[in-house]
Ligand binder design. Structure first.
Ligand code: NAD
Length: 381
């Protein structure tokens, strides 16, 4: 690591994985004044070389060991999900901070090893959930904290996306349990499950179902999922997620707080900044059309990723701030374990047909116990 003082700190960065999302990391780190991107790494040597040439990066290597040997302060992890662990563990062993793409890993034990290794090594681990940096996401968080919404009691999370068959067939790692770890929940919905748990807190119980409706020829994982989640606060949420929708309807996250006020965050078309299409607080309702007529929802992936660059940049800036000030980044490895745990519970619940319980579901903390709905015995099926 570079010896540095708080006043004149600079960081040597290496990018692991030169695929689609690496462009966002390259742009984001390039926008920082105190950062030098010293190397890129990809198991595909042509891709590593082409990326280095395009972005003017001095070194192109094919292994993470070679990348770390360049003397890094930060490694940016842009490799497929199941390889995140290997990269982060090697970085921690070398005393290098890691900013890792989502999902943190595909297995809980791997994610926990990553968190533990970074904590033991005294390096920071951040995980990319750049949608938390949208002004609209931040406004909802602030409305929970300042009492406008107050503590959330209900949420609906609808992730209704389109993916063409080629999305799954072009990269061998996509769509398999072993190499992708899951489908729409693991790769796409994890962003909004992260927002959900950021707003609603610790989860008590998850009941879920997964299915594969339209991509079965190309994938063995789910293209669709539903879940009912109960939080330790007593709040309840539903999730529906799919990549079998065409045209793409985008994403909507609606939250009602204990004050009765509601906010709804919509990302449509996919990749555009989340906006508050409904703000129902203080007796008034402000609405914005969610799906304007004539807009093509089936946006290609490079457009989606390109639109996310400003928010990757916000998260990279936050990560650098954390290193500069010796504090935690806004989204830590421990935070990222939470969304992984929730979505893995949907898989487990779907497999067993039973809810997965992390904690005893509350009688109700959000609603006074004497006023909560009681189901008469004869109503039970
Ligand atoms: N934050 C976001 O919005 C967002 C968007 C897209 C992808 N992602 C995440 O980024 C990661 C990569 O996704 P992608 O779409 O860029 O995939 P990709 O397939 O386009 O790129 C992955 C690259 O990593 C390389 N690679 C594989 N194993 C490697 C290893 N061990 N060492 C070095 N290089 C290796 C591959 O050759 C490939 O070039 C995934 O975890 C994905 O979930 C995040």
């Amino acid at each position: 690591m570079t010896p540095s003082t708080a006043a004149s700190r600079s960081y040597r960065v290496g990018i692991a994985g030169c695929g689609a999302i690496s462009r966002n990391h390259l742009e984001a780190f390039r926008a920082m004044e105190n950062v030098e991107i010293v190397g890129v790494c990809d198991v595909d040597p042509d891709r590593a070389r082409a990326t280095a040439a395009e972005w003017g990066v001095p070194a192109a290597v094919t292994t993470v060991d070679e990348l770390l040997a360049l003397g890094l302060d930060i490694v940016s992890v842009c490799t497929p999900h199941p390889t995140h662990e290997d990269v982060v563990l090697k970085a921690a062993a070398a005393g290098v901070h890691a900013l890792c793409e989502k999902p943190i890993a595909t297995r809980l034990d791997a994610a926990e090893r990553m968190v533990a290794a970074c904590e033991e090594a005294g390096v920071r681990l951040g995980v990319l959930f750049q949608r938390r940096f949208w002004p609209a996401s931040q406004k909802i968080r602030a409305a929970i904290d300042d009492g406008t919404l107050g503590r959330p009691i209900l949420a609906q999370c609808s992730v209704m996306l389109h993916r063409a068959p080629e999305y799954y067939s072009k990269d061998a790692w996509r769509g398999t349990w072993e190499n992708d770890g899951g489908g729409v929940l693991m790769t796409q919905a994890v962003h909004y499950i992260d927002l959900l748990q950021w707003y609603l807190g610790e989860v008590a119980e998850v009941y879920g179902r997964i299915n594969t409706y339209r991509h079965g020829e190309n994938i063995e994982v789910e293209d669709s999922a539903t879940a009912v989640i109960t939080f330790t606060s007593g709040a309840m949420a539903t999730v529906e997620a799919s990549t079998a929708v065409s045209p793409n309807l985008g994403i909507q996250l609606r939250i009602t707080g204990e004050t009765g006020a509601s906010a709804s965050l919509t990302e449509f078309p996919e990749g555009s900044d989340g906006r508050l299409d409904l703000w129902a607080a203080g007796g008034t309702i402000a609405v914005e059309p969610v799906h304007p007529e004539g807009v093509d929802g089936n946006v290609d992936l490079s457009t989606i990723n390109g639109q996310l660059v400003p928010h990757h940049t916000s998260q990279v800036r936050d990560f650098i701030r954390a290193l500069d000030t010796g504090t935690e980044p806004a989204i830590t490895g421990r935070d990222a374990v939470k969304s992984l745990r929730i979505l893995l519970a949907v898989y487990e619940s779907s497999r067993t047909g039973r809810p997965v319980r992390f904690a005893e579901p509350p009688v109700s903390a959000a609603i006074a116990p004497e006023t909560r709905a009681k189901v008469p015995a004869e109503a039970a099926v």
